[in-house]
Design a protein around this ligand. Structure first.
Ligand code: FE
Length: 188
C-alpha cells in the first residue's frame, strides 16, 4: 500500500496535478493536529452545558464548528446520544467514512471488512469483543456513515463526575466511546 501511494503521488506530482508540500500539510494536520481530543472537547461541553447539548442534538455541524472543528470529512455531522435505553454504534458498511474533524483518522479495525459487516449483523457481540457488555435490555442502534453524513456518539456521562471541569471530563472521553465500541472511562 505504501509503495502504491508513493507511485500515485509521484505520477500526480510529475503531471503537475498536486503539490507535495500541500499533501504534507494535509497529512501532518490529520496525524498531529486533528484527533479524538477534538471530539472529547465536544462531548465534555455537551455534558457540562445543557444549551450546548441541545444545539448539538439539533445541528451538530454548527455546534461542532463553533469550537473550531471543521474541515474535510466533517462537513455534515450528526451527534447521537447514548441514553439509559439506547446505545449507539457507528460503522461505514460501504467503506470507511469517519468524522475526521472530531476523531482524526480512523483506526485500522474501523476500515476492516469484519468490523464493517459484523457491526450490523451482531453489534452486541462486536461491542463485547471490545470489552463492553451492555445490559441485555439495552437497545443498540447502528448508524451507517456515508460520504454525506458522519456520526459522533455522545457517550453517557459517568456517575460521580459532578464536580469535574470540562477539561477533566474530556479526559474521560475515549475515541472508542465516540464510535460506540467503548464507554467513557469510569462508566458502567
Ligand atoms: Fe465510507
Amino acid at each position: 500500500m505504501a509503495a502504491r501511494v508513493r507511485a500515485l503521488e509521484t505520477i500526480l506530482t510529475k503531471k503537475g496535478l498536486i503539490d507535495p508540500a500541500a499533501i504534507d500539510v494535509i497529512v501532518d494536520t490529520y496525524e498531529t493536529k486533528v484527533g479524538p481530543r477534538n471530539g472529547a472537547a465536544v462531548v465534555a461541553k455537551a455534558w457540562s452545558d445543557r444549551d450546548y447539548a441541545d444545539w448539538l442534538k439539533r445541528d451538530a455541524t454548527a455546534a461542532i464548528a463553533s469550537l473550531g472543528f471543521t474541515g474535510r470529512q466533517g462537513e455534515h455531522m450528526q451527534a447521537v446520544f447514548n441514553t439509559d435505553d439506547t446505545h449507539n454504534l457507528v460503522v461505514c458498511t460501504l467503506c470507511s467514512c469517519y468524522p475526521w474533524s472530531v476523531l482524526g483518522l480512523p483506526p485500522v479495525w474501523y476500515k476492516a471488512p469484519p468490523y464493517r459487516s459484523r457491526a450490523v449483523i451482531d453489534p452486541r457481540g462486536v461491542i463485547e469483543e471490545f470489552g463492553v457488555t451492555l445490559p441485555a435490555d439495552k437497545k443498540i442502534r447502528v448508524w451507517d456513515s456515508t460520504a454525506e453524513l458522519r456520526y459522533l456518539v455522545v457517550p453517557q456521562r459517568p456517575e460521580g463526575t459532578d464536580g469535574l471541569s470540562e477539561a477533566q471530563l474530556a479526559d474521560l472521553v475515549t475515541r472508542d466511546s465516540m464510535i460506540g465500541t467503548g464507554l467513557a472511562k469510569g462508566a458502567a
